[in-house]
Design a protein around this ligand. Structure first.
Ligand code: PLP
Length: 385
């Protein structure tokens, strides 16, 4: 049938992550391109969901999510994020962080509004922004520190800019914003009356004793921040599709209206599983951190040995490596060549930048079991020789 696709998706293309995954499968390689997180889910989470199914919790839930989960999240926000929120009115459970982000954009911004992204950015953020007919605007943060500069941030705001996306710890850079940098965000956001949308899906995956700082906990930022958090990475349940938005009541109610229309509710028994999971002892989170830190160190050492200089991440489970000195025409040819020579798939840095800065970087995901990671590193080491 000769039927034109919708204009709103005409410019969207499948990401290089998919391209590299396809190539990797064709060549039977090890895929360090995509982030899946294949640690086992905690038994509390698994058993909580099984029990909920056995108890017949199979029907729609309120669009904002079941009460036990919202209560558990409010307690977690108090304990771990320094946020005091009303579980009745300020939390909306959605279909993953992705669902919460889409519902937030739809509920709070209008087509044509400008929204600022810090690059390197997470591709879904950009594409969801484009899907909504918003105008993405960019500020490049520079390696190795990816520090936020107040003058540069002020200069990046345009007359139509209404919001800014933060991601901390960030995918793909692993950058964690400090309280000082978030105070800059507060000043700029107040000056230009911006909404802050803060994706904190990697909040528990932090390294070298660094503390995650939730933007909403800094100064008066809470008033204008939608915190987007989720369970995919924390409990290694990317396929369960559970995340949530936290915002002041009038914003949360608008997000909930859209959440209802888009998803009706998040999967009912899985909400109970995750509510049980939030009662895991603190050692669970320590173990998660130390496991990923060990994996980070394995890959960074391997990358160094291979002559692919790693930009050691502060959090999340990706590492960008510099290929500037290797003489490739662009990041995609470097990633393809690496895959062909070593059988290890990465993602070209261009997938995370509008500017050309990504052409000298490739990204690896190290959320893999140890045997796979060690095999990948052994293969990467041969790249140099
Ligand atoms: N946000 C970031 C920054 C991510 O890296 C990812 C997954 O890779 C997601 C959101 C997806 O989260 P969810 O599974 O909760 O939709």
């Amino acid at each position: 049938m000769n039927f034109p696709i919708a204009k709103r998706i005409a410019d969207l293309r499948p990401s290089d992550i998919r391209l590299m995954t396809r190539e990797c499968e064709r060549l039977g390689g090890i895929n360090l391109g995509q982030g899946l997180g294949d640690l086992p889910a905690p038994p509390e989470v698994r058993d909580g969901a099984i029990k909920a199914i056995q108890d017949g919790r199979n029907t729609y839930t309120p669009s904002e999510g079941v009460t036990p989960l919202r209560l558990a999240i409010a307690e977690k926000l108090r304990r771990d994020n320094g946020l005091t929120v009303d579980p009745e009115q300020e939390i909306v459970i959605s279909n993953g962080t992705t669902g919460a982000f889409a519902a937030t954009l739809t509920a709070l911004l209008n087509p044509g509004d400008g929204i600022l992204l810090l690059e390197p950015y997470y591709g879904y953020h950009l594409n969801t922004i484009l899907l909504q007919g918003l105008e993405p605007q960019f500020l490049t943060l520079n390696p190795p520190e990816f520090d936020l500069d107040e003058a540069a941030l002020n200069a990046a705001v345009r007359p139509n800019t209404r919001a800014m996306v933060l991601c901390t710890p960030a995918n793909p850079s692993g950058k964690m914003f400090s309280a000082t940098e978030l105070a800059i965000v507060e000043r700029v956001a107040e000056r230009h009356n911006l909404l802050i949308i803060s994706d904190e899906i990697y909040e528990y995956i932090t390294y070298d004793g660094r503390q995650h700082v939730s933007p909403a906990s800094v100064g008066r930022l809470g008033e204008r921040t939608v915190s987007i958090m989720g369970f995919s990475k924390t409990f290694s349940i990317t396929g369960w599709r559970l995340g949530y938005a936290v915002a002041e009541a009038s914003l949360a109610s608008a997000i909930n209206l859209v959440n209802d229309l888009l998803y009706v509710c998040a999967p009912s028994p899985l909400q109970y599983g995750v509510a049980a999971g939030l009662e895991v002892p603190p050692e669970y989170f320590q173990h998660l951190r130390s496991e990923y830190q060990r994996k980070r160190d394995i890959i960074c050492e391997g990358l160094n040995d291979a002559g692919l200089t790693p930009l050691v991440p502060q959090g999340a489970y990706y590492v960008l490596a510099s290929i500037a000195h290797l003489g490739f025409a662009d990041a995609r040819s470097a990633a393809i060549s690496l895959l062909e020579q070593t059988g290890v798939a990465s993602v070209p840095g261009s997938a995370f930048y509008q500017s050309g800065a990504g052409e000298s970087l490739i990204r690896f995901c190290f959320a893999k079991d140890d045997a796979t990671l060690r095999e990948a590193v052994a293969r990467l080491r041969k790249f140099r020789s």
